[in-house]
Design a protein around this ligand. Structure first.
Ligand SMILES: [Zn+2]
Length: 368
């Protein structure tokens, strides 16, 4: 995607700003986001390995450096992992050493600002619903394909977090009993068949078996089969490499089957597909739509939900986290005040006046 347009080009005033932070396994990205979803300033820092205190200090440092330039009303932290439904505690994060980490209160005290913590895929889904490819849809499911599969559900203007914050872990639906081992401990999970990792795994397996179809791919990485990772396959597929295109067709087919399962359970109006693998566009989505159409429950007697590429790119997580934090803090636009909080679908065109509602007393303002 292109860089966010300057505010003046999008024709709106700023309104209350919030900082969103996306904590990944390799980098911490923080950005100042306005009520129209525009990123006004951003900093990136490497994630310091698996040291809990160092990660927190990096997060705080990034936020503080942005606060030197911008007045903000809240901070939203998007993190991979299991975040409780109160958006306060990271129960487990696969890339970081957080175990039952009370992140919200720690960060909030250190910054003296309202803070929410959100699962990164939920934050990205929210951003796509508010500002991106799923804007205005009443029932949206977002699926992010990276090393695994992240998922988020936004129904009727609310992120659906489930009873314990675990909703949307679509990647661990079992689609092949006794299939490939998954790091979650089970076998045959969807993300073992439809993610960026799968592209690399399958390419390496084929190459090691000496399959002639992989010869151009192996030459591409100078003979180093271990270097055949998802990103390489994505580039190769874009350039028409037949084996890479075939691998995308296979992953796309599995993507469509899993989406059909989700449609049977959730009946969304639209699926928004994000993540680096989506750079391949229709190389992935065309076979996904095809297998989805052939697998969909009630096909022929129901509208077929759209399957579209995400619009916001890698910034979706921090944009969504910032927006959710701004809304939770009660820093609303005029449009938000019409009886809605998280359900706000204000597009940032009327943020000229706003109020803060008891930030210190009610940091969880939007819970209802
Ligand atoms: Zn799994």
């Amino acid at each position: 995607m292109s860089a966010p347009a300057p505010a003046e080009e999008r024709g709106s005033e700023r309104g209350p700003l919030a900082i969103g932070v996306d904590i990944g396994g390799t980098k911490v990205a923080a950005g100042v986001v306005d009520p129209g979803g525009r990123v006004l300033g951003q900093v990136r820092r490497p994630t310091p390995s698996r040291d809990v205190v160092a990660v927190r200090d990096t997060l705080l440092g990034a936020v503080r450096s942005l606060r030197e330039q911008f007045d903000v009303v809240a901070v939203g932290v998007g993190a991979a992992g299991f975040v409780d439904a109160d958006r306060a505690t990271v129960r487990f994060s696969p890339h970081l050493a957080w175990r039952d980490e009370p992140l919200r209160d720690e960060i909030s005290q250190a910054l003296d600002l309202p803070v929410i913590v959100e699962n990164d895929a939920n934050a990205a889904a929210w951003a796509e619903w508010r500002f991106g490819a799923g804007r205005g849809e009443s029932r949206l499911v977002c699926v992010t394909l990276g090393t695994g599969i992240g998922g988020g559900i936004v129904f009727d203007g609310r992120v659906q977090r489930g009873a314990s914050g675990m909703a949307g872990e679509f990647g661990h639906m079992i689609v092949v009993p006794d299939g490939h081992r998954c790091e979650c401990g089970n076998r045959g999970c969807w993300e073992q068949y439809a993610s960026g990792n799968v592209l690399g795994r399958e390419a390496r397996e084929l190459a090691r078996a000496g399959s002639p179809v992989t010869v151009p791919l192996v030459e591409r990485v100078g003979g180093d089969i271990d270097a055949l990772v998802g990103q390489v396959i994505t580039v190769a597929a874009g350039e028409g490499d037949p084996c890479a295109v075939e691998l995308f067709e296979e992953v796309g087919r599995w993507l469509g089957i899993g989406l059909a399962n989700l449609a049977a359970a959730l009946d969304p109006g639209i699926f928004v597909i994000g993540g680096g693998v989506c750079d391949a566009g229709d190389l992935l989505l065309a076979p996904a739509r095809e297998s989805f159409r052939r697998t969909l429950t009630g096909r022929g007697f129901r509208p077929v939900p759209g399957i579209v590429a995400a619009a916001l790119g890698p910034a979706a997580g921090l944009v969504g986290a910032a927006d959710l934090a701004r809304i939770a803090a009660g820093a609303t636009t005029r449009g938000d005040r019409d009886g809605v909080r998280e359900t706000a679908h204000g597009n940032g065109t009327v943020p000229s006046r706003y109020r803060l509602f008891g930030l210190a007393e009610h940091p969880e303002h939007d819970r209802h």
